[in-house]
Design a protein around this ligand. Sequence first.
Ligand code: PA5
Length: 374
Amino acid sequence: MIKLNFDTKIDTRRKEEFLNEIEDDEMGGWLRLPEKISAVELEDIKRAALKIRSNSEFLVCIGIGGSYLGHRAIIEALRPQNGKKIIYAGNSLSKRELDYALEQVGDSDFSINVISKSGTTLEPAIAFKAFKEKLMQKYGEEEAYKRIYATTDASRGTLHDEAVTNGYKMFVVPDNIGGRYSVLTAVGLLPMAVAGINIDQLLEGAREAMGATVEPAFQYATMRYELDGRHYDTEIFASFEPSTMYFNEWLKQLFGESEGKNGRGILPDSVIYSTDLHSLGQYIQDGRRNLFETIIDYPTDEMNAKVVKAVQIAHAEGGIPVLTIGILSFDELGFGELVYFFEMACAFSAKMIGVNPFDQPGVEAYKNELKKLM
Ligand code: PA5
């Protein structure tokens, strides 16, 4: 269950209006996804995960941005012990990183999950080529193709076409769900199932959040909007659990890509405490007063809980508005709920400042420029 430590008056009529707009939006498919995802698709994902777990030491997950951050966030946070190790690739253009990922796999048995909605993004395309070659060398073409799982558009794109030609097992990124809202689709579910995450529980958490978190999400969005209006234009997401570092990264992508448009949007940044109290903590306590802090208060031990309290008091006294979002369970249910809560809050927030929560023209601009240079 999500618990906010703040209360703000909300405009219920506006909340309903936004909800209807999101529901009608051609990219609003994530809104009902937790209850709409079909049992057949889930079975298909679980079957593929079982197969990978039975014939591979590693699953190489190739993807970037929304095609990568969400599942990494949950896998790294929960550290499941009963699955296979995931090697991440294709999330930068660094040859050093790619070589390192290839080395990590070494001579072990492996499969590839290449994830790209557009099927044309350069970073994953380059990593896919390298790993596909390794797969072919190790297993020969026929077996190699059986070890490639492509998660992409249902009907178009280079990856889609290649998957059809070579007969890779395919999973679909629904047309009406964008990258950063796709963690609860096959994009995230397949790697998570391979890694040992209980995806039924994750979806259950999100389902429970569907009704329960709309109100708190709107409250949080309203609070952000008001703070932005008072020139608090930078939000620091703070967590006291080091394993949630990638959840912070997912949050930055979600809010940054959804809100940062037309000269608007709160700049998202993140810290892990107490680690960062010994670095960025100085700035947060005492630097420019344009920051507010959103603490994600995961259930924790007694000592760490004292640090949470100390930070809440010290930062508030230092002139920082501190919002705390509490979550009651550090498990699949809790993360399913958190994912849905933040997606909801982010969509509301973008709507409040009048930008489209679901496009990313700036990202496309970079992709186009890079394509020209290459
Ligand atoms: O959220 C988004 O839409 C982006 O971050 C994309 O996920 C990212 O650019 C990768 O795109 P694609 O899945 O088409 O390779």
